[in-house]
Design a protein around this ligand. Structure first.
Ligand code: ZN
Length: 133
């Protein structure tokens, strides 16, 4: 549990902590504010991300995510909801290019066998195997 550095990239900071701490399985939550944001929206027909860029201060009203392995390395997957000065909210898949103003996060590491991300043909995404398979 801690504060992330002012001016650093939100997604990269979370990935770096997990790599440095050897966190391979876990959950993430957080709040704070960003100077600018870049969010992904997955186009399910094209099977690719569109990216939205917000070049303005925003509150992090919700940050939720998980940690698993992708290509053998800790990999963070995070979604955020951000609010502007009028309280209007935007949300999506956190992408690199989101710059921290201030962020307080909790990373809860779990014991046990880490989940591995592998290519999923149906969605075109690097997903976990479905439970029970
Ligand atoms: Zn996502």
């Amino acid at each position: 549990m801690g504060r992330l550095p002012h001016g650093s990239d939100l997604l990269e900071s979370l990935n770096q902590i997990c790599r440095e701490q050897g966190i391979r399985l876990g959950r993430i939550e957080g709040l704070g504010a960003v100077k600018r944001a870049r969010l992904g929206f997955y186009d399910q027909e094209r099977k690719s991300y569109d990216f939205l860029e917000f070049d303005q201060p925003l509150e992090i009203t919700q940050l939720t995510g998980n940690v698993s392995l992708k290509e053998g390395q800790p990999f963070v997957h995070v979604h955020v909801t951000l609010a502007d000065h009028a309280g209007h909210a935007f949300g999506g898949h956190l992408a690199s290019g989101t710059e921290i103003f201030a962020a307080e996060v909790i990373i809860q590491a779990f014991d046990g066998e880490p989940l591995q991300r592998g290519w999923d043909d149906v969605t075109g995404l690097p997903l976990w195997s479905p439970s029970g398979t």
